[in-house]
Ligand binder design. Structure first.
Ligand code: DC
Length: 230
């Protein structure tokens, strides 16, 4: 069966990574969570004091980009690649609200995007890849055989994120999460470099009122059809 490139874009917390992981497992494709890469760069910037809630020394981060080594190492128990920053597993840290609050600012820097986009294109060069993010169908793989654009209301997305963070023991409020979701939507879709938008040839999936099984069933049908036609 022909192996294709599947690009999944959309607003934050629309369940892109859940769908992407499931698809990758089902099709035996590589899954790449490009957001994890922007999150890891943000964590690096935080650890080095380049960014806080009040300051952002962009030039220091840009100068030190060459010292950032990112790698996904497959965890057989979890069934996906976990993010390693300079040899350390940072999967948990990069999902914190602190990182979520700052990541959009880091992701708006063109020098950061250039480095990460190049790495993403290499990871997908052999096809058989499912990659999720904000610019996968528009910038990273504009020729992807299948592009999906996921959407859901901000309240639904904040509720999912809130449940995820409280389940793992983080002390967060729903309002704070909702504000963060709306703030990231705004920054991600209005930034100058590679803003989030739906590619003309992307298929939009609004999952506000779909459960995971219903959504996966719809998407799997689309994927199988596209693989047959490719
Ligand atoms: O998908 P996520 O929420 O983990 O992504 C974290 C941030 O990284 C998000 O606010 C926007 C940014 N991002 C991006 O600009 N481009 C991508 N391809 C993926 C993520």
């Amino acid at each position: 069966m022909k192996r294709i490139t599947i690009a999944i874009d959309g607003f934050s917390s629309t369940g892109k990574s859940t769908v992407a992981k499931e698809l990758a497992n089902k099709l035996e494709y590589v899954y790449v969570d490009s957001g994890a890469m922007y999150r890891a760069v943000t964590l690096f910037a935080m650890e080095h004091g380049f960014i806080t809630e009040n300051i952002f020394n962009q030039n220091d981060l840009i100068k030190n980009l060459k010292d950032i080594q990112l790698e996904f190492k497959f965890n057989t128990l979890l069934g996906f690649g976990e993010m390693y920053l300079n040899g350390k597993n940072v999967e948990k840290e990069i999902r914190s609200l602190e990182v979520s609050k700052l990541v959009s600012k880091v992701a708006a820097i063109s020098e950061v995007r250039k480095v990460l986009v190049e790495q993403q294109q290499k990871m997908g060069a052999k096809k058989g890849v499912v990659m999720d993010g904000r610019d996968i169908g528009t910038v990273v793989f504009p020729k992807a055989e299948l592009k999906l654009f996921m959407n859901a209301s901000a309240e639904k997305r904040a509720r999912r994120r809130f449940d995820e963070l409280t389940k793992r023991g983080d002390d967060v409020s729903f309002d704070e999460i909702l504000k963060n979701v709306e703030y990231r939507d705004y920054i991600d879709s209005t930034r100058k470099d590679s803003p989030l938008y739906k590619a003309d040839d992307a298929i939009e999936i609004d999952n506000s009122d779909l459960n995971l099984e219903e959504q996966f069933e719809i998407i799997l049908k689309i994927v199988k059809k596209r693989i047959r036609e490719s």
